[in-house]
Every structure is written in C-alpha cells, then in structure tokens.
Design a protein around this ligand. Structure first.
Ligand code: ARG
Length: 279
C-alpha cells in the first residue's frame, strides 16, 4: 500500500468508548455511557492494490457496525466475528488497507459514516429509500427477511394475526432497524417498543413484556437456538437486500467496495463465508 498524499486534517468527533463513534451524542448520552471527544483524524488518499485511489481515515478502512447480530457480527470473546466481519476483512485485503471494526449502536452507524468517523458501515444493513437520502450503498452482498419470533405457545400463528381486527400485540424491535421502522408504521408507537440490541428485545419477549419480536431471519434463528421456548413464524414480514453504506459522494471508495464485492461474489468467497456461519 502506497500512501500518496496526506490530504486533509479533518476535525472529527471520534468516539471515546464502545458505543460512542457518534458525534450527535445527544440521544446516546440520554441512554448513558457515551463519552465523545474531539480528535484530529488525518484523511489520506490511498492507492488500492488495484491502483484505484480511495479516501479513508488514517490509512485504515474503518467499518462501523453493531456487533450484536449473529451470524453477521457478534463477539467471540473480545473479537468481532461473523459474515460481515469476514467479508470486510476480504474487502480491506483487496484494497490493501488495514481493517478496523468500530462497534456502536445500530442507529449511529449512518451518522458515523456520514460524519466521517467511519469509512463504511457493514451491519446486515438493509438498503432503503430513506437511508439513500443520507448515505450511498454498495451493490448488495446478501438478502435478508424480517421474521417474527414468538413464544412456542403464542396465539400469533402468522403475520396476518398482527393485523387482525382488534389485535393489539406488543412488538419488540431493535432501535432504528427496518423492523422498527416498518412495525412502527404498521402498528403505531404505542404497540412497538425499540430496544438498543436484539438481545434486549428477545429478553423482553421472554419476560412477557412484548408478544413478538420482529428482526432479521438469521439473527432470529440464532436467538431461537440460544433460548428455549421460542419459535419463528413461517410467514415473513418483509424481504430486503443488505449492502455496505458509504459516505454520500465518496464515489471512489464506493466503487472500490463494489468491485471488491463483485469479485468476492464471482469467485465464491462470499458463498463460502456464508456457508461457514449459516448451516
Ligand atoms: N436489516 C436491518 C436493518 O437494516 C437490521 C440490521 C441490524 N444490524 C445490526 N448489526 N444490528 O435495519
């Protein structure tokens, strides 16, 4: 990797703590535990292994994610592993850059990318029209389904039951996810409770505070496997595409990531990574 020019000294708000790669600390602060500090981060233009120029922070490729989303990103001890983590490592390798993974609240990822605290977001993130107003997306590398988790003996037998006349089931979701956005649209604020992580939503389900959890199908399977007494309904709530998000207008980086993903799909690398985590 050749460092071509040290371009800009950008003043960026950089996280001091795990959940803090956000500069709009207000909502996070309200939840507690956020400790932001102003630091100088050097933006550099780097030449990728394939001779393309990309602008990144400090010669590294910083990935924003929320690592409570098995099998895409989750902790094994101190380490973040999973499908997205491995795909990101391959992308970084192709770009000739060192990968750094920054874990944060899911609803902070787009802000982190938009404000330059991270170079890209990879988090089982669904491409939506609304998000496209704030960030650019790479080509898609996987598809997802919003599934519904219920207790085994639940009266909710299919997604239609949630819409039935007089139905007023309490729904748990992860804050800022498509599950949250769609469920709030469909069932209203009063019936939908957003939790910081999927784990907390599932705990609320186990505790009887909500009657179902709407979340992506693979994490849903992991939650059902890791807890007793839960199942996933056969009918899906929504179908979607996952992609990496990149700061709007950082076309060089988006194209470099697109090319990398395209190659990783074509040579079977992504399939192999997925097969390792999804049996
Ligand atoms: N696919 C959903 C979305 O984009 C949920 C993603 C949650 N990802 C995570 N790493 N927690 O909104």
């Amino acid at each position: 990797m050749k460092k071509i020019v040290a371009l800009l000294l950008a003043m960026l708000m950089v996280a001091g703590s795990l959940f803090a790669l956000v500069s709009c600390g207000e909502t996070e602060e309200a939840k507690g535990g956020v400790n932001t500090a102003t630091e100088t981060v050097e933006e550099t233009v780097e030449e990728t292994a394939e001779g393309k120029l990309v602008t990144v922070k400090e010669g590294k490729l910083i990935m924003a994610t929320n690592a409570y989303f098995q099998p895409y990103e989750y902790y094994e001890g101190e380490k973040i592993i999973g499908i997205d983590a491995e795909i990101a490592a391959k992308i970084a390798e192709k770009l000739g850059l060192e990968l750094e993974i920054s874990d944060m609240a899911f609803d902070s990822i787009i802000t982190a990318v938009d404000e330059g605290a991270a170079d890209f977001g990879l988090a089982g993130m669904t491409v939506t029209e609304k998000r496209l107003e704030d960030v650019d997306f790479s080509i898609s590398y996987a598809s997802g389904v919003q599934s519904i988790i219920v207790p085994e003996n639940s009266p909710i037998k299919s997604v239609d039951d949630l819409y039935a006349d007089g139905a007023a089931y309490k729904v748990g979701v992860q804050l800022g996810t498509t599950g949250d956005i769609y469920a709030t649209d469909d069932f209203g604020d009063d019936l939908v409770t957003s939790f910081t992580t999927g784990n907390e939503a599932v705990n609320a389900l186990l505790g009887g505070d909500v009657q179902c959890v709407i979340i992506d199908n693979e994490p849903a399977k992991a939650f059902v496997a890791n807890n007793t007494g839960l199942k996933i309904l056969d009918t899906s709530y929504a179908d979607e595409d996952y992609a990496a998000c990149i700061k709007k207008g950082n076309t060089q980086l988006r194209e470099a990531i697109d090319d990398a993903i395209e190659e990783l799909i074509a040579d079977g690398t992504i399939d192999a990574i997925v097969a390792k985590y999804i049996k």
